[in-house]
Design a protein around this ligand. Structure first.
Ligand code: SF4
Length: 337
């Protein structure tokens, strides 16, 4: 298996290529009646390509596997099966040294800016820490200049007026900007943003999303934007991938998925987004029942117990997603033919 640093095999078009990725967790001891060990199928056969400078929104209810997918891409969880290519190199299984080196190029932004920041450190110390950990910018002046640039790129201007403050002296939106600056300071090529606005007031969500959009323009960074809220996707994603129970069930251009979702699950998610204009409102689709247990998945299409248009065949046929080059196709379209 190729590792970081070995000869590249990919074209420059894709920064990330995920193939048949699985991440299963052991779910305790088998019960009296089970035949073998039980596994939680958190990520189950996910394939995804991301172009350089592209923003893909990964959308789904909590527990659908989107956060586990991002942790696996980041190497914070070990993949069970499948491959992850980043800039042409196989990064599926790396040792600690290789993983540390990779973190310079892939950074993650977590949802809680309150938890992510050490309250005893100044903003300058927080943002410069990744440079110290990676042994970059050894002189103080050099470090300070990179911190200043990262803070200003994250919209905290002038940077000098924030550097000696502590996290509690900032608003929620400013703290999330500090978190983003901490990621930017290493000049990553890919950002994994896991619900970066869900803890913020509605009034500042758009500011943070606009900031990510600006960074993609100014720095050419690729972004995987993870959210449970399809309503935030329309701002800047190029494509949308909808996840359900560990699988991507629909993927396509943002405008296509938002205006004409094909999969019944995507249709249900979109139907409950508040729309101010009553003429544009869609009929609300309230899904019945709970999301099935990821240890004991339904047979056939795993959405069939909740799907409002399921047919008998859906209980026995497991449809696979097919993505045609520029248009999206949902699994159930194929099944219905
Ligand atoms: Fe619904 Fe069947 Fe399509 Fe699954 S395959 S989403 S159950 S119609």
């Amino acid at each position: 298996m190729k590792q970081v640093g070995e000869k590249k095999t990919m074209t420059d078009e894709f920064i990330l290529e995920v193939q048949d990725l699985k991440k299963y967790f052991k779910a305790g001891r088998p019960g009296w009646f089970s035949r073998g060990e039980n596994f939680i199928h958190a990520v189950d056969d996910v394939s995804l390509k991301l172009k350089r400078g592209e923003v893909v929104a990964l959308v789904g209810e909590s527990g659908c596997g989107k956060s586990t997918l991002s942790l696996t891409l980041m190497g914070l969880e070990e993949a069970t099966e499948g491959t992850i290519l980043f800039e042409g190199n196989d990064i599926t299984h790396l040792n600690d040294r290789e993983r540390k080196s990779l973190r310079q190029r892939i950074q993650m932004i977590f949802q809680d800016p309150y938890e992510s920041l050490n309250p005893t450190q100044t903003i300058e110390e927080i943002v410069s820490e990744p440079l110290v950990v990676h042994g970059l910018a050894p002189s103080l002046d050099e470090r300070r200049e990179r911190v200043r640039r990262a803070l200003e790129d994250a919209g905290l201007k002038p940077a000098e007026s924030y550097m000696q403050r502590f996290p509690h002296q900032l608003s929620g939106g400013q703290r999330q900007r500090v978190v983003i600056a901490g990621a930017l300071v290493l000049e990553p090529h890919l950002l994994l943003a896991d619900e970066p606005v869900s803890m913020l007031d509605v009034s500042i969500r758009a500011e943070i999303i606009n900031l990510l959009a600006d960074l993609r323009q100014s720095r050419g960074i690729s972004v995987i934007f993870i959210t449970h809220d399809l309503g935030t996707v329309g701002y800047f994603a190029d494509r949308v991938a909808v996840m359900y129970l560990g699988r991507i069930v629909e993927i396509g251009k943002m405008i296509e998925v938002l205006e004409s979702p094909q999969h019944p699950y995507s249709q249900a998610l979109l139907s409950v987004i508040p729309v101010p204009n009553p003429r544009l409102r869609k009929k609300r689709v309230i899904l019945q029942g709970e999301t099935p247990n990821p240890i004991d998945l339904p047979t056939g299409c795993r959405f069939h117990p909740r799907c409002p248009v399921a047919i008998e065949r859906c209980k026995s046929i497991d449809p696979q997603l097919i993505e045609l080059s520029e248009t999206h196709r949902a699994a159930c379209i194929l099944l219905a033919k």
